[in-house]
Write a protein that binds this ligand. Structure first.
Ligand code: GUN
Length: 311
């Protein structure tokens, strides 16, 4: 990112981490790479998305993933499955997708959360690791933990990208991540603590049992909120000048208008005057999650091409 252009200097508000703009630039680069792939292979990278049940938020995330795929020239297919599906049936479906009964799938994504009666782990483990564009398979999690990442979970990768692009230093800085999920908190802790650009930070992974959370967050140069709790991070919890990245996406009813709207985990209006940088919701991390998914899908297709060449 070129330095964010806003009025930060004039009124000392934190600079906006504009994920939407960065995602747009990343998409433009990906679209060109996808064209090269398509010319070379006479086919497009292809993503298969499995969506279970009728959760409106999940359907809306999947819609934006497919729309973004279309924008960069990646083919996608949505397979909808009834809420009542059993674990074994879902595992079998993923095996059939992997066996190409639905055509070649470079990337396979199972939208989470799954209904509570489904064994999520068993389903995610069934996705072949070389098509696991979400980076949720234990093989990909293990590679990341060993500092040789292949597919990195998209939101974690997006947060690191946002920091790098804004020129926010991470080396030697204290990064506090609130939330220890397998999807965001854990992989992000490994990325920020890893060696190299966007890494070399000292990382604290805070969670619901952390004692005196405010004391911990106040010591953060980089504070990432990834819990799913509106208003969790207040101004008093933020060190002046810190970079605050908000991963939360929560739908609330606005008391003023009575209408639904999206908010993050950070009290944006209160925290912005304290922070050095802050990501908005929507328009912060969300678009980058999608851009990272597209990058992973193209990469998965290229890996498969490499396999074909090698055999
Ligand atoms: N649900 C919320 N975030 C994600 C994600 O990154 N991938 C998938 N598959 N499901 C999600």
């Amino acid at each position: 990112m070129t330095m964010p252009t806003n009025d930060a200097a004039a009124d000392s508000r934190g600079m906006l981490l504009d994920g939407k703009a960065l995602a747009g630039r990343l998409e433009a680069g990906l679209a060109a790479e996808v064209e090269t792939f398509a010319d070379l292979c006479q086919r497009r990278p292809r993503l298969v998305v499995v969506l279970v049940g009728d959760v409106a938020a999940s359907a809306s995330y999947v819609k934006s993933k497919q729309a973004a795929a279309a924008r960069v020239g990646i083919d996608s297919e949505l397979i909808r499955v009834d809420e009542s599906v059993q674990t074994a049936e879902l595992v079998d479906l993923i095996r059939r997708i992997a066996a190409e009964e639905h055509g070649a799938a470079d990337g396979i994504l199972v939208q989470l959360p799954l209904p509570s009666h489904v064994d999520e782990r068993a389903v995610l483990d069934a996705v072949p690791p070389d098509r696991d564009v979400d980076g949720f398979h234990p093989e990909n999690a293990g590679l990341l933990s060993q500092g040789r990442p292949r597919f990195v979970p998209c939101t974690a990768a997006g947060v690191q990208r946002l920091l790098i692009d804004a020129g926010i230093p991470t080396a030697g800085k204290h990064a506090v991540i609130v939330g220890r999920s397998d999807i965001v908190g854990k992989p992000l802790s490994l990325l920020l603590a890893g060696r190299g650009t966007g890494g070399d930070a000292t990382v604290t992974l805070a969670h619901s049992r952390t004692a005196d959370l405010a004391r911990v967050t106040r010591s953060a140069d980089i504070l990432v909120a990834a819990v799913g709790q509106p208003g969790l991070i207040t101004a008093e919890m933020v060190k002046p000048g810190a970079a605050v990245v908000d991963v939360g996406i929560n739908r609330i009813t606005d008391p003023g208008t009575g209408k639904g709207r999206l908010v993050g985990d950070v009290d944006f209006e209160a925290v912005r005057p304290v922070a050095g940088w802050i990501s908005p919701v929507p328009g912060g991390v969300g678009p980058l999650t999608v851009a990272m998914l597209l990058a992973n899908t193209l990469w998965a297709a290229e890996i498969r091409l490499g396999h074909r060449r090698g055999t």
